[in-house]
Structure formats: C-alpha cells, structure tokens
Design a protein around this ligand. Structure first.
Ligand code: AMP
Ligand code: GLY
Length: 423
C-alpha cells in the first residue's frame, strides 16, 4: 500500500526508515519531510495543519495509511476530519481523535482524566485570571519548589519550576493576567513537586487493546549534567536500565491499563500512541504528563528496537485487532545523540553545510532539521541530526554514536557528550 507520514523531524525520518523496510509498503511519502526522508521516500511540501491540502495529497497519491508524527494536527482534529470526510474515511489514520488528543492539548483535562480513573499523579489545582488571588493563596500552602503548568500547548515551554514563593506568584500572574504563553496560559495547573527520576513509557493502543513499546529516557537540558535551558531533547537511551520487571508491572497495572480502559469507558476514539511521562518517586511511578504521539528523540531509540512489521502493527491498530498480534523487541540497547545548531534552543543560524554522513559506519543517522540545497545537505533547524546506535549495552552503543559523531561536522555543531551520565 501507499503510505504517508506527516511531519519533518527525526521522529518522522525514523518512521520512514522503518516503514520503508516493510514489504507491505509500496510508495512512501513524507510531508513535508527533510533531507533524510528525501533519500528513502518522496517529500511533499504541504502545511500539515491544512487538512484540505492533506486530503488532496492522500487522494492524488492513493494513500491507504497515514501516520501522524507531531501533536499539532491531532489537537486540531485531523483524525475526526478523516473520519467525517467521505473520500477519506477508509484511510487508516494512526493518531487519536480530537477528544483523545486533549490529553496532551490540555493539562487540566489530563489531570481530570487521571483523577477520574485513579491514575497516580501529583496533587494539583487549576486557576484562571478570575481566581488568580486564590492561586497565590494555594501557592502559600505548598512547599517549594513550585510547579506551574500552562494548560494548553506551549511548544514544550509551558512548565515552570520555581524555588522562590514570590517568584512563583509573579509567574502565575504573568501567565494568567499577562498571557505569558498566550491563550495556552489562560488556565494554569499548579502541581505538587515530585522528586524522583524520570522515564517514559510508550504505548500503542487501538482504544481497547494495547502493546507496551520499549521504554526510553531522554535528556532535555542543553548543558552537560542536565544544566541550562530545556530543549526538545538532546539524546535518549532505550531501554531504561532501572525500569525492571517489578516497576514495569506497577506501571502496566496502575497506569497503562487504567489509561486505556479510561479511554474506552469514555468512548474516546483512540488509535495511536500514548507517550506517558513518568517520575519514579521512591519505588512508585507517577504520571507527570501524557503526550498523544511518539517522542522525539525517543522514537530514534524506540523504533529501531521494534522487530515486528510496523505496517502490520498499524493496520491492526486501525482495525482494533492489536490483541491478535505479538510484538518482537530487539534485546539490545539503543542510544541516540542529537547534534544541534550553535545557539539552540535560543537563536541559531540555518543553511550550514553538513559533511561526513557517508562515512558513518554501524550507526544510523536520522535527520531532524535538514534540507537539500543545490544537491548539498544543509542545516534547517535547531536539532539537526540524531546519531543512533545499537549494542549489547547502552555504554557500548553510546561509544559507537560518539565515534561516528567525530566524522560529522557543520559550522557551530554542538552536542552533549554525557548522555546516560546519571544511569
Ligand atoms: P512537561 O512539559 O509536562 O514535560 O514538563 C517538563 C518537565 O518538568 C518534565 O520533564 C519534568 O522534568 C518537570 N516536571 C513536570 N511536572 C513535574 C512535577 N509535578 N514535579 C517535578 N517535576 C515536574
Ligand atoms: N522529547 C520529548 C518530547 O518529544 O516531547
């Protein structure tokens, strides 16, 4: 069948890489894609939140399956648009409906869902401009640090963690009364701070049945030793070494099952990924957030470990038959290290020529922010390349990634040399 992937980052290149290996895929398209996807698929330059444009692309190329990479089209209702459009309703779209996507699109909705279905999470209350003063009084009752979360999508920047009470009150006011994150912070969730170690669990669900995919841990800060500004992610490791069978059983019983059952009980059409951000406090897992898509760069370590045919898995997801399949996972560890543009996550330049990709051996280079310009591969984003390796343990895999990074270069290339430092 012909397949379309929506998105343009390392996550989408990884999807394209796996799907292009499936015997069930005839023609593969990525919209808008990058220089990496161009080497294994046909890029189509459209705006993926313009659903009419997506529809035209699907019909022009007789696409039978669509995989939605980022959250934006999902939160805007692309799955509902497909289901309600006569010419598209038989296309197998992988991604939740708008109601499902609210688990990522609204922090308050996510918290209410967790409370409703007894899923362990931090205590919280939410506030609006009208209840700003009550919010300040609530902060006074909490112990620092204070966690403030803009309710809506804020490009990964909407969470503030503050140690000082006065500063926390000021930021609450900035969010609610002065639109610090625009419409996204017209509502703010204030949450109890959880002190522990983070990990992510990925679930593929058809709304009734589910498969737990490999775990991963990403490194969000720009600086070594987890310092400096937050980024989209500077590297990742899978599996998470401390996610042993005992912890995974707790996660499955207390979090994954109630989440999928909750979706089903609420009649939410959900055929896609649930990316569960967790903190292990002592020995107990608690949810800090849901995302309704795969993570980036987590995808670059999770998918290379899935040995089962992805197209078959997605078809079963769409047909609500996931329970009929087994999923085979590569026992080896996978690591990825992101190469980023100097200045990222703040201002950076684009258009720098990338050299050395052809010399990489025994690692996979996934393109994140790249494009082709006059036959050359140039940088086109903050996060540029993800260098993924597999080996018997994560240290060996990391060594391969770093050895290959030495062969790659572009002007002001940067990366963290300490991925996995805390494990
Ligand atoms: P999010 O944008 O929801 O992924 O949150 C960003 C980061 O803030 C998370 O990766 C955590 O490191 C941190 N965080 C979020 N909620 C809490 C919490 N309740 N306690 C401690 N840290 C948190
Ligand atoms: N790496 C974190 C995310 O994709 O949200």
């Amino acid at each position: 069948m012909n397949i379309l992937i929506l998105g343009s980052g390392g996550r989408e290149h990884t999807f394209a890489y796996k799907i292009s290996q499936s015997s069930r895929c005839e023609k593969l398209f990525v919209a808008p894609g990058n220089a990496g996807t161009a080497s294994i698929a046909t890029n189509i330059d459209i705006n993926i939140t313009d659903f009419e444009a997506v529809k035209k692309c699907v019909l022009d190329h007789t696409i039978e399956m669509v995989i939605v990479g980022p959250e934006d089209p999902l939160v805007h209702g692309i799955a509902d648009y497909f289901a309600e459009t006569e010419a598209l309703k038989r296309v197998m779209l992988i991604g939740p409906s708008k109601r499902g996507a609210l688990l990522e699109g609204s922090k308050q909705r996510a918290k209410e869902f967790m409370m409703q279905h007894n899923i362990p999470t931090a205590a919280y209350e939410s506030f609006t401009a009208e209840t700003l003063e009550a919010g300040k009084i609530f902060l006074e009752k909490l112990n620092p640090p204070y966690v403030l979360k803009a309710d809506g999508l804020a490009a990964g920047k909407g969470v503030l963690i503050l140690t000082n009470l006065e500063e926390a009150k000021q930021e609450l006011e900035n969010m609610l009364a002065h639109s610090k994150f625009g419409e996204a912070s017209s509502k703010v969730v204030i949450e109890e701070f959880l002190d522990g170690i983070e990990l992510s669990v990925f679930v593929l669900t058809d709304g009734k049945n589910y498969k737990i995919l490999p775990t991963a841990k990403d490194y969000k800060r720009i600086g070594e030793g987890d310092t400096g500004l937050n980024t989209g992610g500077m590297g990742a490791i899978s599996p998470v070494p401390f996610a042993d069978a005992v912890l995974m059983k707790k996660i499955e019983d207390r979090i994954v099952k109630p989440t999928v059952n909750g979706l089903s009980k609420e009649n939410i059409d959900y055929k896609g990924f649930v990316f569960i951000g967790l903190i292990k406090v002592g020995d107990e897992p608690l949810v800090i957030e849901y995302n309704v898509r795969m993570g980036d760069p987590e995808t670059e370590v999770v998918l290379p470990r899935i040995q089962s045919d992805l197209v078959t898995l997605f078809e079963a997801t769409y047909k609500q038959q996931l329970h009929t399949l087994q999923i085979d996972i590569d026992e080896r560890a996978a690591t990825t290290v992101m190469l980023v543009s100097g200045g990222y996550p703040e201002g950076y330049e684009k258009g720098k020529e990338i050299t050395g990709i052809e010399n990489v051996e025994d690692s996979i280079v996934f393109h994140a922010g790249t494009k082709l310009e006059n036959g050359k591969i140039v940088t086109n984003g903050g996060r540029v390349l993800a260098v993924t390796s597999l080996d018997t343990d994560y240290k060996k895999a990391l060594k391969k990634s770093y050895q290959n990074i030495d062969k790659l270069s572009f002007d002001r290339m940067q990366y963290r040399s300490d991925i996995g430092f805390d494990l």
